[in-house]
Each structure stands twice: as structure tokens, then as C-alpha cells.
Design a protein around this ligand. Structure first.
Ligand SMILES: Cc1cc2nc3c(=O)[nH]c(=O)nc-3n(C[C@H](O)[C@H](O)[C@H](O)COP(=O)(O)OP(=O)(O)OC[C@H]3O[C@@H](n4cnc5c(N)ncnc54)[C@H](O)[C@@H]3O)c2cc1C
Length: 266
């Protein structure tokens, strides 16, 4: 990156909020995968306006911008494979409002998920999404990845709790939106199962006993599966291998909401 451009970015956010030294930049070259790639610059914006200003520069000078929360994703999504600016959002970590009346929280993207859960709990409220990384991952990363966790079957995942976003895109200025994410059962496969065995609305698939025999084998492909059916009629099906891999990187199951009777393992 040209020194002039680096200076321009540093002037925008303050020089103390930019990492230029190579050894410092290496600490933002990775996520929870084995991938690494060195960013040209790491920038810690303090507001949506600063984010928008950096995106404006990126449009003008054509450099990649990679948003980053805590870098805990497991797919290489925060690794700057083509260099450019890593936009580390950890400075934007304020909980602006939690309104117990309308049950709405307004937060900046760098808020740690566990901090929001704690702040909600202090007001007698429950913010359900609970990725295993909740003690250090961010709400922005949760929204971008649609993060779920141990209570996802019963309560849904992050997207089920997003009412609106302030978005900076290539159109350069922050835009307010009113995006309401609706709950859906998920995969085509579940829709098919619901079609065959289910009755009820999109969210609650009721399995009707006796109408037709539920042959578990019909739903099992090549390998052993874990099938969980909640009391409210939600079906979750996972290959055993994927289920085991999802045991939070070897640190154990963080929680299990399903009752014995609802849970079948082959
Ligand atoms: C031990 C462990 C347990 C985990 N358990 C779970 C789990 O139970 N459930 C689950 O779903 N995931 C889990 N994960 C994966 C990971 O924690 C989640 O994907 C989490 O949502 C990532 O958040 P982050 O702040 O670390 O985002 P990052 O990894 O920094 O970023 C993830 C993606 O989001 C983008 N992004 C980040 N912030 C923003 C923003 N403000 N605006 C736009 N884009 C943004 C990044 O560019 C990247 O593409 C786990 C990971 C670990 C290491």
C-alpha cells in the first residue's frame, strides 16, 4: 500500500488506531482455521462514519477491505487472502440501548456476544444465541455468519433476532435498513421431511403419530445420523461425524436443551 494512502487512513481514524508494523499485522492474519495471509494494514474504526470513509477510499484506490470481529470463524472468512485492509471492529463495542419495554437492544458490531447476554440478563431479559465462542466472538461476526449454538433448536439463531442493521456497502455511506429475518426450518431436506411427515406452520412441524409410520431409515443416508426432535416439533438431523466435530473444538458440549425423550442417536 502506498505510504500516502496509509497516512490518509491514519488521519481518518487516528494514527493510534492503525497497525502498520509487520509483526503487529501478523496477529490479524489468521482466524480459527489454518489459513494465514498478511494484511497490508489493520485499522480499528471508531464509528460507522469512519467505516464508510474507509470504504470510500477502497472504492477509489481499489483495495480489499475485510471486516473482522474476533476472528473465531472456522472457514477462513476473516483472512485477507488478497491483502488489503483488515477492518477490526473491536473498538465499536458499545451497547447503546437495551429497552425492556419493546425488547429491543441497539448495539455496535464489536460487542462481545457474552457481554450482550449478560447485560440483557441484568435487565431480567434473555438473549438466546449462544455460540460456543460467546465469551469472545462479536455480534457483528454472529450476524455475518448467522451464528447459532446449543439452544438454536429451541430458540433459533442470530438472524432470528436481527430487526435492523446500519449497513455500509460499496454505495459508500451508512444506510439504515429495516430487515426482518424470518425463521425458517432451514434445509431443503427438512422441508422434505416436513412435507412427508409434518403438519403445522413453517416454524413448528408437528409429527403426527399413526398417520404414517416414521421409518428412520428413510431419512438416513450413507452414514449414521443424529436426529433430534424437540417438543415444539423442530427437527434437527446431522451426520454423527459433523455432530462430533461441532463439539466446540474439543472443549466439550456447552449445553443441551433437548430432553431425553426427544433425542435419538444411532
Ligand atoms: C471454540 C469455538 C466455538 C464456536 N462455536 C460456534 C457455535 O456454537 N455456533 C456457531 O455458529 N459458530 C461457532 N463458532 C464459530 C464462530 O465463533 C462464529 O462464526 C462467530 O459468529 C464469529 O464471530 P467473530 O466475531 O469471531 O467473527 P469473525 O470470525 O471475525 O468474522 C466472521 C465473518 O464475519 C465478517 N464480519 C465480522 N464482523 C463483521 C461486521 N461488523 N460487518 C460485516 N461483516 C463482519 C467477517 O468478515 C467474516 O466474514 C465457534 C468458534 C470457535 C473457535
Amino acid at each position: 500500500m502506498q505510504p500516502g494512502l496509509i497516512q490518509e487512513i491514519a488521519a481518518l481514524v487516528g494514527p493510534e488506531h492503525v497497525l502498520r508494523e509487520e509483526e503487529a499485522r501478523w496477529t490479524y492474519a489468521y482466524d480459527a482455521t489454518d489459513l494465514t495471509a498478511l494484511p497490508d494494514l489493520v485499522v480499528f474504526p471508531g464509528s460507522a462514519a469512519e467505516v464508510a470513509a474507509i470504504v470510500r477510499l477502497a472504492n477509489r484506490y481499489r483495495f480489499p477491505v475485510i471486516p473482522r470481529g474476533a476472528g473465531t470463524n472456522q472457514v477462513g472468512a476473516a483472512v485477507p487472502l488478497q491483502g488489503g485492509v483488515v477492518l477490526a471492529l473491536t473498538r465499536m463495542n458499545r451497547i447503546l440501548e437495551i429497552n425492556p419495554e419493546d425488547l429491543v437492544a441497539v448495539v455496535e458490531p464489536g460487542v462481545i456476544t457474552g457481554h450482550l447476554k449478560q447485560a440483557a440478563a441484568e435487565k431480567g431479559l434473555y438473549y438466546p444465541p449462544d455460540p460456543g465462542s460467546q465469551d469472545y466472538c462479536t455480534i457483528g461476526g454472529n450476524v455475518a455468519t448467522g451464528a447459532g449454538g446449543a439452544v438454536a433448536v429451541q430458540y433459533g439463531v442470530t438472524r432470528d433476532y436481527v430487526l435492523g442493521l446500519e449497513v455500509v456497502d460499496r454505495k459508500e455511506s451508512p444506510r439504515g435498513s429495516k430487515l426482518v429475518f424470518l425463521r425458517t426450518p432451514g434445509s431443503e431436506e427438512l422441508l422434505e421431511i416436513k412435507e412427508i411427515y409434518g403438519k403445522g406452520d413453517e416454524r413448528r412441524t408437528e409429527i403426527v403419530a399413526g398417520e404414517t409410520d416414521l421409518e428412520l431409515e428413510d431419512m438416513i443416508a450413507e452414514e449414521d445420523m443424529v436426529i433430534a426432535i424437540t417438543k415444539s416439533g423442530y427437527i434437527k438431523r446431522l451426520p454423527v461425524t459433523a455432530y462430533r466435530e461441532q463439539r466446540r473444538g474439543g472443549i466439550g458440549v456447552m449445553g443441551m436443551e433437548l430432553k431425553e425423550d426427544d433425542y435419538i442417536e444411532h
